[in-house]
Design a protein around this ligand. Structure first.
Ligand code: MN
Length: 502
């Protein structure tokens, strides 16, 4: 089950706060443990950093109780994962069966109730109820021995850095939850002869839990043809409210019919996706039979509503952009499909754009609706919204199929204001400085086999994506300001060995 794609919040999703202890300390100590864990869960739940409710669960002291809560978590639809905390020493053999059965992601919060040592007063009672330092190690040992993926967050539970890490992980867990059972619609196949947009869709469902299904253009055209004149009138009125229109698209403009046709295509695709409960889709300019224009504005607006998208049949980009949309919900900055398009080799910047399909959520200015010919595909001129992306830090991410696994590559970039206007460029774009520098970033990306398409975001960070990649158990490579090419090449070689043996 997935959320409605245009949801901007996380609805009734929740994390369960699960505390480990044992009976050695007596009932009174366990009551204190329960009080402490209730207070911590409530505090985390109230934090703005963690976008879902944190639900306090009873303290666990036996194998059966642990297994029972794990089974309940697995079966609870809106539970996206667990936060585990070892308040006291919880002999970890009792966690084996539960951890083996756990199907949801979890984060081990290695904290203790008291932030400071009360030096002048500390006694064994204090020690008894503040012993995560060894309790968390015992628990961590069994998780490592069982080879169960988890994140470990260390620090006091009220500390901003701890809350931020938990919040980031929670967003990744929500994206992970969202993809389980999600559906991507492919209108047409991959662009002919292209390698990087291909991949194993069965492996994708095994890895991400999402289905990628193909449809003939005729299936979509039925929806586009069924759109009423009144619906088109309404949507065109919305366009007039929300955009600055090029003169030829205005009420008496010579291309007004093309704008109405763009509205018809948007309404048709939207109805198709809503009917089938899809969270993302792909198009390709080579398969457009029955459509008058390559969907441009339609794709831009659907992405802005939270749908994932990949052009040229690139379903991996549709999956990735959808996941990034979910991770970034409610955060400042947008997320879009992007393509490394062209370079300024003197300034060492990359101009990112696509034929049409860049999401308006990354716009740094009011988008304009324009219409221009498309030099490929042989269809009528498509309408598109045109803007410069907002300046500031961003990431480009890609997921590629390297044959026996999926590999995610993330590059930190700094988006900059273009030095000059680009009056003749009829598409939305972003201009960025890749980190740690142009040659290193691009050589690393190319050696890792990174795609030309990316998920670009100013809301989502490399850490969100890393947490997500760990949940999916896929390879993760990060090109950031610390990247050294020799180390990066060795990492590629080591990863190859690890994944082949694993
Ligand atoms: Mn492309």
């Amino acid at each position: 089950m997935t959320d409605i794609p245009h949801d901007t919040e996380f609805g009734d999703l929740e994390l369960w706060f699960v505390t480990g202890s044992q009976h050695l300390y007596g009932e009174e100590a366990l009551e204190i443990v329960d009080e402490h864990s209730g207070e911590i869960a409530a505090s985390l739940s109230a934090s703005d950093q963690i976008p879902v409710d944190v639900v306090h669960k009873p303290v666990l002291t036996t194998r059966d109780a642990i297994e029972e809560i794990v089974m309940e978590a697995n079966a609870t639809e809106n539970c996206v994962g667990l936060i585990t905390w070892m308040h006291t020493f919880s002999p970890a053999k009792m966690w084996i069966r539960g951890l083996q059965a756990l199907e949801k992601p979890f984060v081990h919060l290695h904290t203790q109730y008291n932030e400071r040592l009360p030096y002048s007063e500390i006694d064994m009672d204090f020690m008894n109820v503040n012993q995560s330092a060894h309790g968390g190690r015992e628990f961590g040992h069994i998780v490592s021995r069982l080879d169960v993926d988890r994140k470990v967050v260390v620090g006091h539970w009220e500390d901003d850095a701890v809350l931020e890490q938990l919040g980031t992980w929670t967003r990744a867990a929500c994206a992970w939850y969202d993809l389980r059972g999600a559906k991507i619609a492919r209108f047409g196949d991959n662009m002919r002869d292209v390698a990087v947009t291909e991949g194993d869709k069965v492996a994708a469902e095994m890895t991400f839990g999402a289905t990628v299904d193909g449809y003939g253009l005729g299936d979509l055209v039925e929806y586009v043809d069924a759109v009423s004149t009144a619906e088109i009138d309404d949507l065109v009125a919305t366009y007039e409210d929300e955009y600055e229109l090029a003169p030829e698209l205005a009420e008496d403009g010579e291309k007004r019919d093309s704008l109405r046709e763009a509205a018809r295509i948007e309404l048709g695709i939207r109805a198709f996706l809503e009917d089938g409960e899809f969270v993302g889709f792909t198009t390709t300019f080579e398969n457009l039979t029955g459509l008058t224009q390559l969907p441009g504005l339609a794709v831009q607006r659907l992405m802005a509503d939270g749908y994932g998208f990949g052009p040229e049949g690139d379903w991996k980009s549709a999956l990735l952009t959808r996941a990034m949309k979910v991770m970034g919900r409610g955060l400042e900055g947008g997320t879009s499909l992007m393509e490394h398009y062209t370079y300024d080799l003197a300034d060492e910047t990359v101009l990112g754009a696509h034929m049409l399909e860049i999401c308006e959520s990354i716009a740094g200015e009011q988008p304009r609706l324009e219409i221009h010919p498309l030099d490929i595909g042989g269809k009528a001129d498509p309408v598109r919204s045109v803007f410069d992306a907002a300046a500031g830090p961003a990431v480009n991410a890609t997921v590629v199929d390297v044959g026996d696994r999926f590999r995610m590559i993330v590059n930190d970039v700094e988006t900059v204001e273009p030095a000059e206007d680009l009056p003749n460029l009829p598409v939305a774009r972003a201009l960025w400085d890749p980190q740690p520098g142009f040659e290193t970033a691009i050589e690393a990306w190319i050696k890792a086999g990174g795609a030309h398409h990316t998920g670009y975001s100013q809301a989502v960070t490399a850490q969100h994506l890393k947490d997500f990649a760990e949940m999916a158990d896929i390879e993760f490579l990060h090109v950031d300001e610390e990247t050294d090419l020799d180390d990066f090449e060795r990492e590629l070689q080591w990863n190859e060995t690890y994944h082949r043996l694993n």
